[in-house]
Design a protein around this ligand. Structure first.
Ligand SMILES: Cc1cc2nc3c(=O)[nH]c(=O)nc-3n(C[C@H](O)[C@H](O)[C@H](O)COP(=O)(O)OP(=O)(O)OC[C@H]3O[C@@H](n4cnc5c(N)ncnc54)[C@H](O)[C@@H]3O)c2cc1C
Length: 592
């Protein structure tokens, strides 16, 4: 049975020593005192390790079943879900006006990482609800907010997002689902949506589908898309689930991973829907949900890396094979643990330095979201908009890679089912695909975000890195191990951005062919910055005579590994980018 240990110590370190959250000027952050966050993280860790993690294998083995129009979730999911509701976890950061606890998104991110590491498929039921709540909160009418939000925040109703159709996923301009206006102001929704996560299940009293559809006669393409609330049961006069709506789940997908989450084919057969926001402005409303969901998927990617890494370490400590090149480390045993071998260490250091850097990056992104929303800071909004595709694409690609490295640590056992390592690989794989494939994230980054407002956000990012380096370069050890490598990597990123500006104008294929490398280059610089920040905090703690020097020495050694062995990847990405589009587009389609 795989293990899961909530990384609360590392989270507390990030919140209080690296980010110093309780001293922040972001409204609400003054509540995030050390004892308070410790108590919340401990509780979330407990439910993750004791309730959710034991159901991870159960969910994978049993999967979901469609019986008539109803979907049965794996054994134990309903009881675990009820415990999540009772604990108030679903509305942790939701608006108190509708029953939420109003906590910062940052705290929700920390807690969410634990839930996802423990059981990603389970956590998706409430994850989708969270995105749907945000879209209704920002774009819904007062009446819609009052009808849906309290129940969704309490968890008694859940939410979904319905974009994809059989003939279109990326290119949503092609959607065919129709929304015909009715005399009472509602719409009749007709069409088929596929791969709808949590589209049907037995965990809640009602399911609130957010559906993209086209009102006949509207503009073509994405400009003609509107967003609708289409509840499974129409709320009655008292707001309780009333008449069954004309929609149903007509099939479940058989998937590579996340078996515990129902991925549904949904059929809408003239179902009653209610317009959210303005007609034909559905993509804008959906983007509220998608941006949040993209950051959530980035979190899923590295969170699977976290749990995979923990299990790989446990295995490496126990497995006896071979002897250390420097002489036996376990002379009384038949062999040494595989921990002694430099190649196993390389593998584990790669995993550790990624997941801890990724956690810092995700927390920083969450802080930016709080600054953007709570302090209404437009610069923070622009920065998180720039970094959203990086968080989604880089953290899921590398998160998946981490699960594969963890599987490799096991040798053959990693390929068999019992150790659980292969489930982490299978579950992590989808994060690179849904919420817009990582290829599409890189196009969003290079094609839309990079040049937005004359490139202001990326310039602000470069200034931020430059400022951090300048502020700290008097510390020679920090400079040599962290700031100089960060400077070199950031220079690669700037050179790539300049290349796109100069060459992309002449030939767009030059920019598009290099966009994936650019996303990775950017991700590495972000993690390099995170490691430099953590190194500064740990050096300060050691200088101040911390009572936990081992923790900080470990941080510094892990960070040095990232800077020396992962960050230099930026040079390779830059070289690929500068090779341009011609190499990539050299063959005729028929030559493949
Ligand atoms: C398990 C699972 C759960 C899902 N959950 C949901 C859900 O809850 N709600 C929902 O609406 N959808 C959901 N999806 C759908 C998911 O978001 C899409 O599969 C995804 O966005 C990609 O769309 P597609 O599969 O149609 O691929 P396509 O759009 O057909 O793309 C195929 C390939 O072409 C590339 N490509 C496409 N267009 C371009 C372009 N212009 N430039 C460069 N490359 C391009 C893509 O990157 C991809 O590699 C889910 C899918 C799965 C498998």
């Amino acid at each position: 049975m795989p293990i899961y240990t909530p990384p609360t110590e590392d989270m507390q370190y990030l919140l209080h020593e690296v980010m110093q959250v309780s001293q922040s000027d972001i409204p609400g952050y003054d509540e995030l005192e050390r004892d308070f966050t410790a108590a919340v993280l401990e509780e979330a860790g407990k439910i993750s390790a004791e309730v959710l993690a034991p159901l991870n294998t159960v969910g994978d083995r049993q999967g979901c079943a469609l019986e008539n129009d109803a979907v049965r979730t794996p054994e134990g999911f309903k009881s675990a879900y009820d415990q999540m509701c009772e604990g108030g976890w679903i509305g942790l950061d939701a608006d108190p006006a509708y029953g939420g606890q109003g906590m910062p998104y940052l705290l929700n991110t920390a807690v969410g990482e634990m839930f996802v590491s423990a059981n990603m498929a389970f956590n998706m039921y409430q994850g989708l609800t969270h995105g749907a709540m945000s879209a209704i909160h920002v774009h819904g009418s007062d009446e819609q907010k009052e009808t849906y939000l309290p129940k969704m925040i309490a968890g008694t109703w859940s939410g979904t997002m319905n974009l994809t159709e059989p003939h279109c996923g990326t290119d949503l301009g092609l959607i065919r689902t129709k929304a015909e206006p009715q005399a009472d102001g509602s719409y009749a929704i007709t069409g088929t949506k596929i791969w709808i996560s949590a589209g049907e299940h037995d965990l809640t009293d009602n399911i609130v589908h957010l559906v993209l559809a086209k009102i006949p006669g509207g503009p073509d393409g994405v400009k003609g898309i509107s967003l609708f609330i289409v509840p499974k049961f129409l709320p009655d006069a008292d707001g309780n689930p009333g008449q069954r709506n004309a929609l149903k789940c007509v099939g479940l997908e058989h998937k590579m991973g996340i078996h515990g989450n129902a991925t549904c084919v949904m059929s809408y057969e003239g179902a009653t829907g209610f317009l959210v926001g303005e007609a034909h402005k559905g993509m804008r409303a959906m983007f509220t949900m998608m941006n949040e969901a993209r950051i959530g998927v980035g979190l899923q990617g590295y969170a699977q890396g976290v749990v995979a890494y923990q299990n790989a370490v446990a295995w490496a400590q126990e497995r006896l094979q071979g002897r250390a090149v420097t002489g036996p480390a376990n002379p009384d045993g038949p062999a040494d643990s595989i921990m002694v071998h430099p190649d196993v260490r390389r593998n584990l250091m790669h995993q550790k330095s990624f997941v801890e850097g990724a956690r810092a990056f995700a927390f920083w992104g969450a802080e930016m979201i709080d600054r953007a929303h709570r302090a209404e800071d437009a610069q923070a909004e622009a920065m998180i908009s720039l970094l959203t595709p990086v968080i989604k694409g880089f953290l899921t690609d590398k998160g998946f890679e981490t699960t594969v490295l963890a599987q490799q640590t096991y040798g053959g056992t990693g390929f068999t089912r019992d150790a659980g390592a292969e489930q982490f690989v299978r579950d992590a794989r989808i994060t690179m695909i849904y919420e817009g494939t990582n290829g599409i994230q890189s196009l969003d980054l290079v094609g839309r975000k990079l040049g937005q407002n004359g490139g202001q956000a990326v310039m602000a990012f470069f200034d931020l890195v430059k400022g951090f380096i300048k502020e700290n370069e008097a510390d020679e050890e920090l400079k040599a191990d962290f700031l100089d490598p960060l400077k070199a990597a950031s220079k690669d990123l700037q050179e790539a951005a300049m290349y796109f500006m100069a060459e992309g104008m002449k030939n767009p294929a030059n920019a598009l062919a290099g966009s994936y490398d650019f996303l990775h280059l950017f991700g590495h610089v972000c993690l390099g910055l995170m490691w430099a920040k953590m190194a500064r905090a740990s050096r300060a703690a050691l200088a101040a005579g911390t009572d936990n020097p081992a923790f900080h020495e470990t941080k510094l050694a892990t960070g040095r590994y990232y800077m020396a062995r992962q960050l230099p990847a930026t040079a390779l990405h830059l070289a690929r980018i500068k090779s341009g589009g011609d190499r990539v587009m050299a063959l005729d389609a028929a030559a493949f």
